[in-house]
Design a protein around this ligand. Structure first.
Ligand code: ATP
Length: 220
């Protein structure tokens, strides 16, 4: 189902960042925060921004919260408020509710009350940054499962000028280059003759070990 209208509860750094980006992407966003100055700051950015206590059922009802496809609860410190706002959005019938957790236990409670997705921004960003620190050429990655990953790797100097048949990571390490992102466009499902140039970005799929071995062997 395509999401079109979003309600964001809590416009701190996390909530406001989601809101700004959704607006950039062309979506409608209602922002709710109990702090007047915060709402004032975002009123010219979001479609609507209102000062309200999101733990008040009548308030959420009168804002028409149930008409939104997706709700984001981005309250952190006040765990009680986060839980109450999440339950209210679910009960009002918001189709998809995503909530930020500040701790593992907070996340477990959110899951128990039926949130569709729990996000741990600091923990997850910390993990991501750690991976990037130990592999400077790792630009980004998606874990497909515990075993398999898709990684974006910057092409190191030693692979410059080499064709995929020369690099041949499938035979040597067991991972495959499924795309090459070059300054003038992306090559999906590249051929054996396609040539890598330093700072092109390889999109590599494989087991975690195979991708690590490929990185170690090429210094990427
Ligand atoms: P961030 O890291 O995103 O800046 P945070 O984890 O520090 O946020 P808080 O600052 O506690 O989280 O909360 C984010 C926002 O939620 C704040 O702007 C706060 O005013 C708002 N907020 C807290 N409780 C409520 C509530 N009951 N109703 C509406 N907004 C609330």
């Amino acid at each position: 189902m395509k999401m079109n209208q979003f309600v964001i509860i809590g416009l701190g750094r996390f909530g406001s960042s989601i809101g700004r980006e959704l607006i950039q992407l062309g979506y409608e966003v209602l922002g709710v925060d109990s702090d007047e100055d915060t709402v004032q700051e975002l009123s010219s950015v979001l479609t609507h921004a209102v000062v309200a206590d999101a733990t008040d059922e009548e308030v959420l009802r009168s804002l028409g919260a149930r008409n939104f496809d997706c709700g984001v609860v981005a309250i952190g410190d006040d765990i009680q408020a986060s839980i109450l706002a999440t339950i209210l959005l679910k009960e009002l019938g918001v189709k998809k509710v995503v909530a930020k957790a500040v701790s593992e236990l907070h996340g477990r409670v959110l899951e128990r009350i039926g949130v569709d997705r729990v996000i741990y921004p600091e923990r997850d960003m910390g993990i991501r940054v750690a991976h990037q620190l130990v592999s400077p050429n790792l630009l980004d990655y998606i874990e497909l499962s515990k075993k398999y990953t898709i990684a974006e790797l910057a092409v190191p100097k030693c692979l410059t000028g080499k064709s995929l048949s020369e690099v041949n990571p499938r035979a040597k390490f067991g991972c495959s280059i499924v795309a090459i992102n070059k300054p003038n466009g992306i090559i999906i499902a590249p051929n054996a003759e396609d040539v890598l140039v330093e700072n092109d970005v390889m999109v590599v799929i494989g087991t975690n070990e195979s991708i690590e071995e490929f990185q170690e062997a090429t210094g990427s």
